[in-house]
Design a protein around this ligand. Structure first.
Ligand code: PEP
Ligand code: MG
Length: 551
């Protein structure tokens, strides 16, 4: 649209969140990767080694983005980076790169050709899930391209003044890497409300407007009003428009402050339903740094520490000392509140090269989590010993993922006893009463819950996997999200079965999958007398408020 510098112009798009903000527009500049590069190379081995190194560094960057997204926007939205991590290790893609450099092409040309060929192939399959992977592949390629060019990272605008960011579109990586404190809002020319970028913006709580159509960069710096609630962007607003907008903002602020005050008021009060059932509000964390944020948002404890972070982003197995230090830090920071540490859940969507795990046809149904740990006793005992030792410094609990049988629990208990005996012999201290629990993530575990409940003190339901295995619906496949949303009943019945079983045995039950954060289900969980709900940090306060409103 032609925009007059003098007159106010209103552009329409789709608002992503209900926020409003005013400020100068700033056009997103992608890091200036050289558009031209040498197309041929005489030393194929050198080009391959450049590519290999660039892929390795990019994989590390993606893994860091995954962790960052986990922390800031939660597990479900972070999943996109797990997919990127898989794409960068795709053998067909890597083979195509290798073949191209063997043919005398430069690393850069090999990359461009492979990305264009693979993304075209994916787009032509006419499947929404696979077409989305084409955009992901381009996002992954941007990392490799930047690394090849020796660029550090995306230009995140070292502006000193907050601004409304304008871009044609933003990839998920670009969105997560932006310096959030400076961004008043996002405006994108294209994009849809369900794109990953939109989902990330929503989760980051930043007002955003997508699909406004192209805006000429000549308007960089122009003052504008972004109203995501009304779906409008007003450039060069008149004085009256600005006054009206400011009035709406003041009203929004008042409502937000009241809501915040209400939630903060609840923060240090136990979450109790109106009929008197107490629900512990715990946090899911994926790194030691998150403990502080969990406590600042009133977490009663940590319901799930995904210990994988200690294994990701390194090139070798972490030592017992490394694990112990991290767990001790958490135990001490929690000052007596419970922290549930889950042993390693690797495999399926989380792959770590140095584990040397074989390729599998169906990784989600394959060699993962407790299955790997029980087959590699050294790996498992290192974790058990570290958790036991750290238990001397606070209130830790130990949790086993992906259990399907009594035998797995009994084998784990035998190894735990061995570790205790070893530590006693070595004169090391630990909590002899360390609580042991299992995750209910498979229909088998729910069905066997009566027997399993006799072996452990608590259950924690991993609804992400429980849904996947109950409905036979891949949790990574966005085109099945609706199927999962519409078929919660079978999953809820399994949860109820497990809750009844563990309560009969005198134990307790929590829920740590994404369903725990779904406020439409809080009443159902209260009715089942669920003892604890564990959610990512941004959901803690809202959930606490919701529990107090339950019957
Ligand atoms: C789950 O499966 O619900 C869960 C909490 O574990 P993860 O998401 O780490 O597989
Ligand atoms: Mg799981």
């Amino acid at each position: 649209m032609e925009i007059d510098h003098q007159a106010s112009t209103v552009l329409r798009g789709t608002g992503i969140s209900n926020g409003r903000n005013a400020g100068p527009l700033k056009f997103f500049q992608r890091a200036g990767v050289k558009a031209s590069y040498t197309q041929t190379a005489s030393d194929a081995a050198r080009e391959w080694s450049r590519l290999e190194q660039a892929c390795k560094e990019s994989a590390e960057r993606i893994s860091a983005l995954y962790q960052q997204a986990l922390r800031t926007v939660g597990k479900e939205e972070a999943e996109i980076f797990a997919i990127h991590g898989m794409l960068i290790e795709d053998e067909d893609f890597l083979d195509a790169l290798k073949e191209a450099v063997k043919d005398g092409k430069s690393a850069e040309l090999a990359l461009e050709e492979a990305v264009s060929r693979f993304s075209k192939m994916l787009e032509e399959l006419n499947d929404p899930y696979l077409s989305a992977r084409a955009a992901d592949l381009r996002d992954v390629a941007a990392h490799i391209r930047r690394t090849l060019a020796g660029e550090e990272a995306i230009n995140t605008h070292s502006s000193r003044e907050p601004f409304l960011l304008v871009a044609d579109d933003l990839s998920p990586s670009e969105t997560v890497m932006l310096e959030k404190s400076m961004i008043l809002g996002f405006v994108t020319f294209g994009g849809t409300p369900n794109s990953h970028t939109a989902i990330l913006a929503r989760a980051m709580g930043i007002p955003a407007l997508v699909g406004v159509g192209e805006i000429d960069a000549i308007h960089d710096g122009a003052y504008a009003l972004l109203d995501a609630a009304d779906g409008t962007l007003t450039l060069y607003p008149t004085a009256e428009e600005q006054a009206l907008f400011a009035q709406k903002q003041r009203r929004d602020d008042r409502i937000a402050q009241e809501h915040d005050r209400y939630l903060r008021g609840l923060m240090n009060k136990p979450a109790v339903t109106r009929s008197g059932h107490r629900v512990l509000i715990y946090a899911n964390i994926g790194d030691t740094d998150e403990v502080r944020a969990a406590l600042a948002n009133g977490a009663d404890g940590i319901g799930l520490l995904r210990s994988e972070f200690l294994y990701l982003g390194t090139t070798d197995y972490p030592s017992e000392e490394r694990l112990f230090t991290a767990y001790r830090e958490i135990a001490e920071a929690m000052e007596g509140r419970r922290a549930v540490i889950r042993t390693l859940d690797i495999g399926a969507d989380k792959r770590i090269p140095y584990f040397g795990l074989p390729e599998e046809e169906n990784p989600a149904l394959g060699f993962r989590a407790i299955r790997i740990c029980l087959s590699r006793e050294g790996l498992f005992k290192t974790q058990l010993r570290a958790i036991l030792r750290a238990s001397a410094f606070g209130s830790l609990s130990l949790m086993l993922p992906m259990i399907v049988s009594l035998d797995e629990v009994r084998q784990s208990k035998r190894l735990l006893e061995e570790c205790k005996e070893e530590l006693l012999r070595e004169g090391q201290t630990f909590d002899p009463e360390l609580e042991l629990g299992i995750m209910i993530e498979t229909p088998a575990a729910a069905i066997m819950s009566r027997e399993l409940a006799k072996e452990v003190s608590f259950f924690s339901v991993g609804t992400n996997d429980l849904t996947q295995y109950t409905l036979a619906a891949d949790r990574q496949n966005p085109s099945l999200a609706r199927l999962c949303d519409e078929n919660r009943e079978p999953v809820l019945r399994l949860i109820k079965m497990a809750a009844d079983a563990i309560h009969e045995s005198g134990g307790w039950i929590g829920i740590c999958g994404e369903m725990a954060a779904d406020l439409h289900l809080t009443q159902a969980f209260a009715d089942m007398r669920i003892d604890e709900l564990s959610v990512s940090v941004p959901y803690l306060l809202g959930l606490r408020g919701k529990v107090t409103e339950c019957r």
